[in-house]
Write a protein that binds this ligand. Structure first.
Ligand code: ACO
Length: 318
């Protein structure tokens, strides 16, 4: 039996740090409101001219180095993003060119904050069926480009960054299962106005019914946690680390409570990164790996929830 195993992780954050105090000068908000409602204290924003692909390339090279894999040996690229450099070609292809692993499949997956979970699930299937030996999975965003900086309900939440993992074929697990979901009835609650076929808005911008999104996110993430445990015949206590989507500390706390997990067993980066959408889970994973908390052999539960709605999980023996 072939499994896919995460052999390396990497991430990259733009150098520019914007604190809550900085945002107080941009919109009618306070550091206290942002911290108590979301847990966010600061975030990284790309400088002018710095693109999603630029961030992704740096994260990818770090993941490749950690995995000890040469860029040219990658045979599959799944790139999760909602903020691609161009409408086409897709960011996966552009990254392939930069890394020099030409010829093999390279594509982008656009399922908002769940894009990395979807990309990981697809890459896992290709490795498991033997068609890919070494896949690169990316989550990267420049959400600052689709943020309405005059809307205090969203401007304080979103940020930029990139995370990456290398998946390699292995005799031992690896990714034990992935579970993906979508429910298109909720499109209006969280979307980016402006589109190609509908006509480009003057300026694309995220629109969100925060309170409603919050409630449904907590319910759906709780359900996908249960589904993941049941599918693998595991008790909640089996999970060593929860690596959640970093949208809001209160959503993270609710999911941890569902797992009966103390926050010390949850990788939390939302205070430093804000909501980086597709990049959020691989950024948190890389943070936990590089600071030595997550160790080889441990059992990780990754999960994310985003616009659509779309959501998903992955159970990973690291
Ligand atoms: N600063 C100060 N006050 C604010 C701000 C702000 N930045 N934003 C809103 N307020 C005000 C509101 O106007 C409201 O005032 P009112 O009571 O006078 O009407 C009050 O604060 C409360 O607003 P709520 O929206 O009810 O605040 P809530 O506690 O729900 O927190 C938040 C808002 C943080 C957005 C929360 O609902 C949330 O995190 N939602 C989920 C976000 C999420 O998970 N998104 C999914 C992924 S994102 C993706 O897919 C791209």
């Amino acid at each position: 039996m072939i499994y896919s195993r995460i052999s390396g992780t990497g991430s990259y954050l733009p150098e520019r740090v914007v604190t809550n105090a900085d945002l107080e000068k941009v919109v009618d908000t306070t550091d206290e409101w942002i911290r108590t409602r979301t847990g966010i204290e600061r975030r990284h924003l790309a400088r002018e001219g710095e693109t999603t692909l630029d961030l992704a390339e740096k994260a990818a090279r770090r993941a490749l180095e950690a995995a000890n894999v040469a860029p040219g040996d990658i045979d599959f690229i799944a790139f999760g993003t909602t903020t691609p450099d161009l409408i086409f070609p897709n960011c996966g292809v552009m990254l392939q060119e930069r890394l020099g692993c030409l010829g093999s499949p390279a594509f982008s997956v656009e399922t908002a904050c769940a894009s990395f979970m979807y990309a990981l699930s697809i890459a896992d299937k290709y490795v498991r069926c033997g068609e890919s030996k070494r896949a690169l999975v990316i989550g990267a965003e420049t959400l600052s480009r689709i943020t309405d900086w005059s809307d205090r309900t969203t401007a304080v939440l979103f940020a930029d960054g990139a995370g990456a993992v290398v998946l390699e074929a292995s005799d031992a697990p690896g990714i034990l299962s992935t579970h993906l979901h979508a429910d298109g009835r909720y499109q209006e609650m969280l979307y980016c106005k402006g589109g190609v076929s509908r006509g480009l808005a003057e300026k694309p911008a995220i629109v969100m019914a925060g309170k409603e999104v919050f409630k449904i996110a907590v319910t759906k993430l709780g359900a996908v946690v249960d589904e993941t445990l049941a599918a693998n015949g595991l008790e909640r206590s089996a999970i060593d680390w929860l690596v959640p989507h970093q949208a809001n500390i209160r959503i993270i706390q609710a999911t941890a409570a569902k797992l009966d997990m103390p926050l010390e067993k949850v990788i939390v980066t939302v205070q430093d990164h804000g909501n980086t959408s597709a990049a959020s889970v691989p950024l948190a994973l890389d943070a936990g790996v590089r600071d030595g908390r997550i160790k080889r052999g441990e059992l990780l539960l990754l999960e994310a929830f985003g616009g659509g709605f779309t959501w998903g999980s992955a159970l990973v023996r690291f």
